[in-house]
Structures are given as C-alpha cells and as structure tokens.
Write a protein that binds this ligand. Sequence first.
Ligand code: OOG
Ligand code: MG
Length: 258
Amino acid sequence: MTITEDCAAELENAVRDRSAIGPLTVDHPALTLDDAYDVQALVVQHRLAGGERVIGAKLGLTSRAKQVQMNVDEPVYGQLLSGGIHASDDPVVLANYIHPRVEPEIVFVIGDELRGPGVTAGDVIAATRAVCCGLEIIDSRFADFKFTMTDVVADNTSAAGIVMGPTYVSPADLDLSLIGVLLEVDGQLVTTAAGAATMGHPADAVAMLANWLGERGQAIEAGWVVFSGGLTNAVPLAPGTHVRATFGHLGSVGVRAT
Ligand code: OOG
Ligand code: MG
C-alpha cells in the first residue's frame, strides 16, 4: 500500500466503525496538501464504487468564525456525495455518525460549467441557476475535531451530509453578502451572521473553488450544488436537538437529531 492508500483506508475504517482516529499527519509527517487531495480523491472513488454519485462540492473554512473554531487559517474544499442528502427537518440518526455538527451555508445550484483559471465572482453569479440556504452536517473522522489543514483535506473536509432549503432564488436578484442568518437550537437563538462572513461574498469563495479545481484539470460542473462554507461556528448535533437556520430571502432549513 502507498501512504495515500494507507491514509484513505484509515479514514474509511473510521467511517465504517463510527470511531475517531488520530491525525494522519502525526504518523505520516511527510504528507503534503497535494497528497491530502489525492487521499480525498481515493476516499471519494471508493464511495463511487459503492454506488454513490458526486453531486457537488463544498468549501470549508471560508469564514473567520470557522477558522478560529477549527484553528486552521486557510480555506479548503471537498466533494459532496449523493448518500449524504437529507430532506429538511427529517430525522438524522446520530448512530450513523461519530460526533456530528451542523453549520449554516449559502448554497449555489450551478447552471453552467465553471472552469478556472480566471473565474470571477461575476462569472459565478452568471453561471448560477439559483441560490438557496443549507445546513451542512460535518463529522470529522479525527478525535475531538482536532486536525491540521492537511488532515482535514484528506478527510474530505469532514463532509457527512447536506440539507437544502425550500426557496430557490436567482443570485442576480440578491446581494448575497447582505443575507442574514439566524442559527437556533431548540428554538433558542445561538448565533447570527451575514453572507459576507464567507470571504466578503460567497460568490468569491465559489470562484476560488473553480480556480483551484482548474489547477487540477477539474471544473465545477453544470448541475452541481456548491456549499460555500459555514457562516458561523458549527453546533453539535446532540440527541433530540432541533437545529434551524433562517436566512433573509432564502427561508429556513432544519435538522432534527434522533
Ligand atoms: C472542517 C469543515 C469546514 C466549513 O464550512 O467551514 C466546513 C470542519 O470544521 O470540520 O465545512
Ligand atoms: Mg461546511
């Protein structure tokens, strides 16, 4: 086994056993960020072999709130898979996860392929069929969500599930930087943010993703959904909790933990 195959297998075992592991970079200090994206590609390939589809991509650590919470200073990206889709307010079975958290995000539904280099926020807006609100379920395969940037990339940026809101709006009709979000747990307001928390404007984050993918000969594909990054700290999905995010203009979306 190569080191990347070895790391992919460790992550897959953690998912299968619902049991967290230590950071990969401790046992494999030579692992580079590029290697980590290769590990991520392997983990995803194995999921595709198991019958899932890639339905989109996600940015991570695009807001200061998330960077401070996770102690990683730079954005990253991962892939979204069909097995992770949940309907809003449907029960999410905690036993299927290690220690899941949820975070509110602005979601882009892409109409036309975006291929870097040179993609701008304006190109993203023009290529987007609609935006909606979402909650991302994240579940680090690393104990206590403790990881370096390299670890979290290998772990497909903690991706574990997505929930999308009911309201689809053309991004040309909104200033996404000004979209407010309220995050409530069991009806109690826990935090607030605006779209600008994601790199000033969520479309800038999506443009960055298109340009990064371009460096790897890939593109944001027509029909993909792109989660542009958590706007606030993620909150734990404890048994019995109901987490709801309500956005200006985009409606609300919820997760119910059972
Ligand atoms: C890493 C994933 C971060 C986001 O939106 O910032 C992320 C983590 O926090 O475990 O998805
Ligand atoms: Mg996220």
